[in-house]
Design a protein around this ligand. Structure first.
Ligand code: AMP
Length: 146
């Protein structure tokens, strides 16, 4: 029996996502595990404290759609089936915790920038995912390509 059978990889859709996806794909192949791909779209209002006197529904819909299209491209590229490509709206950490439990995930994979010193205090998504996910978490160190 292999250690993991249900792996979830969370990606932020930046140019760093393929680094995380490569590792996730390799892990899923090594374990013969199913791979689920997740991206969480943050509500547009959040950035402004949720207090904007405007209807942002259309903008939010456009962001969701763009995220779905980009996730589908990665899904096709990395051989992830459509039903395992998930785009949801909310706070990345909370949504990843929720989805991991809901889908009986046994390993969550995220990217990590390996922040040092003062930056550590500011927290990171990887940190947030680690604290609160009940299953194992693998943090893939993002290599600086600059
Ligand atoms: P950060 O701490 O925001 O630099 O992100 C580190 C890692 O957290 C990324 O490489 C992704 O694995 C994950 N992550 C960040 N934002 C999101 C998001 N909106 N949806 C899914 N995963 C995310």
């Amino acid at each position: 029996m292999s250690a993991y059978s249900n792996i979830m990889v969370a990606i932020d859709l930046t140019e760093e996502a393929p680094q995380v996806l490569e590792k996730a794909k390799a892990m899923s192949q090594a374990h013969g595990a199913a791979l689920t791909l997740v991206h969480v779209v943050e509500p547009v209002g959040y950035a402004y404290g949720g207090d904007i006197p405007m209807d942002l529904t259309e903008l939010q819909d456009q962001l969701d759609q763009a995220a779905r299209e980009q996730l589908a491209k990665y899904g096709d590229q990395y051989g992830v089936s459509k039903e395992n490509q998930i785009v949801t709206v909310g706070r990345p950490e909370s949504e990843i915790h929720r989805l991991a439990e809901e889908r009986s995930t046994d390993l969550v994979i995220v990217g990590s920038h390996g922040r040092k010193g003062f930056q550590l205090l500011l927290g990171s998504t990887a940190n947030g995912v680690l604290h609160g996910t009940v299953c194992d978490v693998l943090a893939v160190r993002i290599k600086d390509r600059g």
